[in-house]
Write a protein that binds this ligand. Structure first.
Ligand SMILES: [Fe+2]
Ligand SMILES: [Fe+2]
Length: 326
């Protein structure tokens, strides 16, 4: 994976440093717009995942880089606090019900219905490009929470993640199923191929997962985030599968979505009850964080979907520049 094009002064300075030897002073972050902020943060986090071909691996724990990242995170966390009201606190035994209510109250734009019934092939490809930022590393950001949990909650998270990673069969890893979907649509399926094409709203979805996953203090938010993902997955994935079939996708291309209809109907139960419910009972003071993480997931998803839909309804692309073909 290569570094994408810079989107402003922070990414320009950051990428300039990352292509040299580790060291130096933290970057001075003054005014930063969303595109610059989220791409910079995404690239900082990516050093903990697959990294970049041209970046020395020692940058991962370079103190000056971590201090720059902390400043970017501070801005993202404060933006999230403004954007996402903290759900009312509930007793730990009520967390499962409160999660279900949050999900039920979520009224996002009808993106999945649009993809099912109306989207053009080009729009479906755009959708897949946006999603590739997460799905090609599917499950990784929430795996950071595993060593931060104990007992029932840990066992529940591992049970979910084991499915996401294919249960010992690499070809069944969800990230691999998604690559087949990308190939079926004639898209480059290599990791990070489309990073330069997705806007801040898409990057923010992944950045929230990495933020919650990489900070132990946010472990409650991390599992609440995962629960919201799982609880809002089964029905939309049924629609995505139907939309892709309508556009000529074969069984290999639609398998990722078909698989999630079944898998996430189970995962949502494990996530809400065994993971978040048990965690809240063991850590009553963190029950509110679980709900906050779920609310962040729902809000960022809603904002992203609204942006994509509004571009499409105006007849323009939701991506930055052209889609990278296979
Ligand atoms: Fe999955
Ligand atoms: Fe899942």
């Amino acid at each position: 994976m290569n570094l994408p094009a810079a989107r402003g002064p922070i990414t320009a300075a950051l990428f300039g440093r990352l292509t040299g030897p580790p060291g130096g002073e933290p970057l001075a972050v003054h005014e930063v717009d969303d595109e610059d902020l989220h791409l910079a943060l995404f690239v900082c986090y990516e050093l903990h995942y697959q990294g970049f071909d041209e970046v020395d691996e020692r940058w991962e724990w370079e103190p000056s880089l971590l201090r720059t990242r902390a400043e970017l995170e501070r801005r993202f966390e404060s933006a999230l606090r403004e954007l996402v009201p903290r759900p009312p606190a509930v007793p730990p035994q009520e967390v499962r019900r409160a999660l279900a209510e949050l999900v039920a109250a979520d009224d996002g734009p009808p993106l999945s219905t649009f993809l099912q019934r109306e989207a053009s092939l080009e729009q479906f490809r755009e959708f897949v490009v946006h999603r590739s930022i997460y799905h090609l590393k599917e499950a990784d950001p929430h795996s950071w929470a595993i060593p931060r949990l104990r007992g029932r909650a840990k066992a529940a998270l591992v049970e979910i993640q084991s499915d996401e990673y294919g249960g010992g069969r690499p070809e069944r890893m969800h990230s691999e199923l998604f690559r087949a979907t990308m190939r079926g649509l004639g898209l480059d399926d290599s990791y990070g191929a489309h990073l330069g094409r997705v806007p801040a709203a898409t990057l923010a979805i992944s950045n929230a997962m990495s933020l919650f996953g990489l900070h132990r203090r946010l472990r409650g938010a991390s599992i609440g985030h995962l629960a919201a993902f799982e609880m809002t997955s089964s029905l939309p994935n049924r629609r995505y599968a139907a939309g892709l079939r309508r556009l000529g996708g074969d069984a290999t291309a639609t398998r990722f979505y078909d698989e999630h209809v079944q898998a996430d109907a189970v995962h949502e139960q494990i996530a809400a009850h065994d993971l978040c419910g048990a965690f809240a009972l063991d850590h009553p003071s963190l029950a509110g964080d679980v709900l906050y993480g779920a609310a962040c997931a729902l809000t960022l998803e809603r904002l992203w979907a609204a942006q994509v839909m509004s571009r499409w309804l105006r007849g323009t692309t939701s991506l930055l520049g052209e889609v990278v073909a296979a």
